[in-house]
Design a protein around this ligand. Sequence first.
Ligand SMILES: [Zn+2]
Length: 363
Amino acid sequence: MDNRGVGKAEMFRYNTLLRKEFTFVEDLNSHACQTAVERVLKAVNRFYANCNNKVPGKKGYPRFKKNTRSLEYKFSGWKLSDDRKYISFTDKKGIGTFKLIGSRDLNFYQLNQIKRVRIVRRADGYYVQFCVQLDPRDTVKPLTPSQKAVGIDVGIKYFLADSQGNIEHNPQFYREGEKQLNRLNRKKSQKFSPGKLQSQNYHKARIRYARKHLKISRQREEFVKKVALRLIQSNDLVAYENLNVKGMVKNRHLAKSIFDAGWSLFRGWLDYFGYKYGKLTIAVAPHNTSQNCSNCGEKVQKSLSTRTHICNHCGYTEDRDINAAINILQKGLSTVGQTESYKLGEIEPLAGLEKSCSVKSCR
Ligand SMILES: [Zn+2]
């Protein structure tokens, strides 16, 4: 913050200086200190990139962390037992040896595939994350083409509606759990004593509240994962709207439902599964997808509360969200055609007659 233009090399050098100065840093594995520096750099660079790219919304210089909940090792500082069921941390922090529980078998990977090991603290305990370098495509057989394409419209009333006429209802874990969350939050505040060291009972209440949040976030992630996987397995192409979720959450009336639905989480999993199983996922620009008629293309203005699309040009009637999903699919399909030819380098869109002629003669 004081010296602008300081880069990675200077930061690493400063890190070495700090190690000499403070024993608590010296005790920690040197690579773990390096990753801490990398994290800081990443945050600072993101801030500058956001400013340069004029990303909308508030931007601020990264803030200092009071409590760090995770720590990242590279290749040293940890050791797996021969059967890879136990992990020991070998720096001077005295963390010790732990049994690994969980469904993944580490014997499935080569040791040199493990690029990072993280210790993460969550509300219900400590976790070890192994960052394994591999292409998810190598772990599965490509699926047989389903010969289907689908457009999806995510909504407030449903989680999503697709162009094939299916509707996935919103589970609304957050709203169901909201009563319990509010109760736990109230309990927590009752136990809070201002200006004093907090009591054991306060911390107990705080942890109960945090665990409930954790549980709901896990339920949400499991749900979106399931829906995303199903869509990818039963279609070859999935087109969705490229929504600005960050901007939409600012709308107070919609915020809770959008947050609850976990849209951006869903998108992430959809792209991941699409890549893994060799299917196409396309984000299309979200303009007029709910207003236009998917049958004749005419614009039919309707407010958010109008649930059915009735076209006064061609008489086509369909559920509002399904009509939008069909429009999204149409948009998606037309985008694919363009990008594919772009990639092949055969024609440039908007290129003049002269260019396309020269391409032909090359063949
Ligand atoms: Zn129409």
